[in-house]
Design a protein around this ligand. Sequence first.
Ligand code: AHR
Length: 494
Amino acid sequence: MVLEKDFTIAEVDKRIYGSFIEHLGRAVYGGIYEPDHPTADEQGFRQDVIDLINEIDVPIIRYPGGNFVSGYNWEDGVGPVEARPRRLELAWRTTEPNWIGTNEFMQWAKRVNSEVNMAINLGTRGIDAARNLVEYCNHTSGSYYSDLRISHGYKEPHKIKTWCLGNEMDGPWQIGHKTANEYGRIALEAAKVMKWVDPTIELVACGSSSRAMATYAEWEATVLDHTYDHVEYLSLHTYYGNRDNNIENFLARSLDMDAFIHEVVAICDYIKAKKRSKKTMFLSFDEWNVWFHSNEADRKLEPWTIAPPQLEDVYTFEDALLVGSLLITLLRHSDRVKIACMAQLVNVIAPIMTTNGGDAWRQTIFYPYMHASVYGRGVALNPIISSPKYDSKDFTDVPYLESIAVYNEENEELTVFAVNKDTTGGLLLDCDIRGFSGFKVVEHLVLENEDVKATNTEKEPNRVVPHNRGNAEVKDGLLQAVLPKLSWNVIRLK
Ligand code: AHR
């Protein structure tokens, strides 16, 4: 591998380390909010969960959905809690009590030092509800909705900068599913009125809900044809699983994410050319993760309960390796991917798990996410990599080494993130860093485990944890390290 200060991809937008909280399962109720919990604060928020989120340092959190948002009346979640309605929530077949709504969530987001990426309902609602919500959240005072917010006890506007124009509107499962033309039209009209209320906001239009959708690519092009001049980002969503228990193939899925991003960038640039536009469209990868472990359990849940244990994937060590590879892939595209949200944050396909009334702990995937967020701030460098490769069921030429480096000029720190996907042995990393004269290894963190199916649970929360006994060292401008068999590595140099 060769690293050079001048081989820059882009300044990493910290929002690439974003996450997502949906009114789904125990993400909100039993996750971030549990008034009877021993660590709950005066507002009912779990301090143990806040502490874990603060370890990751999550810069932006998408809210309130997801599929949930396409049937959500935002008005149900504001004003006196005792007057809020209980609703049948059709996306996930639960009962939504509306104990937490926009204002409470904004208060909580401050506690974890995050911005909110607010999604509007373009399923059952439309441009009227959208402009009213922007007015309620962002207008200072002197209008019906801003004064309503003030009467609810929130004098200062929330100043929400980033807004999603609906969620996965291409999916037949979505409440209010639309064709690309129907969605493109309503997204454009919503964008116009929302920006007329607050011209400082930025908007994300819905791309496809996965690369496998039959309407993929055509959907992106049509939606952008309508909205190009009025939005700043186009969304991408993807989830991966290891259903056939084929680790080589599973770990190669980062190549799918890579191709997905390349293709969506190409579509954006095609519309840019078609419109002779000077504007570049950026990407918001606003849902990505591993999701498959909980599928079977979810089919057995009773409908219409409040906060059932939905989508509670218990992540294995091998999942953490793929998550690390996906983070590296996002960083490799940091010139176009400006926002990305690991879906989700607590209990629901999440790095953090809780039990009601009990502990909160870190799942395996917590570690690569936390390492990337904490050490991956700065300029992403394009590494020239030459690695042995393998073929798997669905992929050819999969490099065993997946790697990226981030250079933080202010702190004079260089961090190399690397995954070794080889199931048989260690990989010797030889990295030319002659341009970083005087840099020495501060720490070589390694996440490895003999058992690829090892998990962290409430009883055994520390089965999969990183250690700092990696052997990286610098000699004569060459960074050398053995990346152990199947491992996530963070090599920090200063
Ligand atoms: O994150 C879980 C769900 O996955 C979201 O609600 C939806 O947008 C996607 O299909």
